[in-house]
Design a protein around this ligand. Structure first.
Ligand code: CP
Length: 334
């Protein structure tokens, strides 16, 4: 049984088929591949896009989605084995995943890091716990990667450039300032899918401390070796933006300071000028801009960039609906 935990687990042919199916769903919204089926959407963290698009997508394919928020409207869950459960958790993932599997046909999971110890968070224990004990396919709705966002981003770029072949495009993943240290998930994912698609990728970040986890840098290196793209790290804004075809922005916390965010804050506060603005976009090859959203205007990107015809962030957000329907259909058909 196949899950959708990371795009890296799926072949390029499988991903291309999902993207093609998503493009079809964009033209023809309804289907019956989930007719009579149930989907559990388990949210440990807030969402606007993911929740709305998964709930509606399930409905449009003939199924029914149930949203659960452990610790709010569902019991808090324990993920460690062998624990004496005398704390907050009322039940163990072993029972939760097995019980949900008796009711539903797919399980989606959103579980952000706890932001205390990266060596723990990088194990992705919540998602892996669901995958281990579930007897139905599990979908990553964002943990330490965000594979659904990757597919929505790739589809938006294919639409913008009018081709499914993105090889050779100059792609900049730029860190941006945000007042709080954020999850690296979307940055890990952007790096993964951009290199998988064979683009010439530059990771632009303030200092070497903002380079991403070695697992995702490794995936990116493996991808460029297979796809013929390239991967570079830059700390120089103007040279990174120059002639770029794509600028993708995200803020994230520097991993060496994980859990010690008060030490990271004075460092990140020095780099507010990483905001995506009209001057920087003017250096690009009439480049397209996107972001996964939510986005703080005039902190991460200016009003001018967000309101520009070259901003495809809304298209990318819409595509979440279409690609997730295609992923659910692919998992339901297996
Ligand atoms: N991009 C994204 O996943 O949005 P939400 O956090 O609103 O779901």
């Amino acid at each position: 049984m196949k899950h959708f935990l990371n795009t890296q687990d799926w072949t390029r042919a499988e991903l291309d088929a999902v993207l093609a199916d998503a493009a079809r769903y964009k033209q023809h919204k309804f289907g019956d591949v989930l007719k009579g089926q149930g989907v559990a959407l388990v949210f440990f963290n807030p969402s606007l896009r993911t929740r709305t698009s998964f709930e509606l997508g399930t409905f449009q394919l003939g199924g029914h989605a149930v949203v659960l928020q452990p610790g709010k409207d569902a019991w808090p869950i324990e993920f460690d084995l062998g624990t004496v459960m005398d704390g907050e958790a009322e039940e163990h993932i072993a029972e939760v995943a097995k019980v949900l599997s008796r009711y539903v046909d797919l399980i989606g999971v959103r579980a952000f890091p706890k932001f205390i110890d990266w060596s723990v968070d990088r194990q992705d224990r919540v998602l892996k716990g669901f995958a281990k004990y579930s007897t139905v396919p599990v979908i990553n709705m964002e943990t330490i990667t965000h594979p659904c966002q990757e597919l929505a981003h790739a589809l938006a770029l294919q639409e913008h450039f009018g081709t499914t072949d993105l090889r050779g495009k100059k792609y900049v993943l730029t860190w941006t300032y945000h007042p709080k240290a954020l999850n690296t998930a979307v940055a890990n994912s952007a790096l993964t899918i951009a290199t998988r698609m064979g683009m010439d990728v530059t990771l632009l970040c303030p200092t070497p401390e903002y380079v991403l986890d070695e697992r995702y840098m490794g995936w990116a290196a493996q991808n460029v070796a297979e796809s013929g793209g390239s991967l570079a790290i830059s700390h120089d804004i103007d040279s990174a933006y120059r002639d770029a075809d794509v600028v993708y922005a995200k803020s994230w916390g520097a991993l060496p300071y994980f859990g010690n965010w008060e030490q990271e804050k004075p460092i990140r506060d020095q780099f507010k000028h990483f905001i995506v603005d009209e001057r920087k976009m003017g250096l690009t090859n009439n480049g397209v801009f996107s972001h996964c959203l939510p986005l703080r205007r005039n902190v991460k990107a200016t009003d001018g960039v967000m309101d520009s015809p070259n901003c495809i962030a809304i298209d990318e957000a819409e595509n979440r609906l279409h690609v997730q329907k295609a992923v659910m259909a692919a998992l339901a058909r297996q």
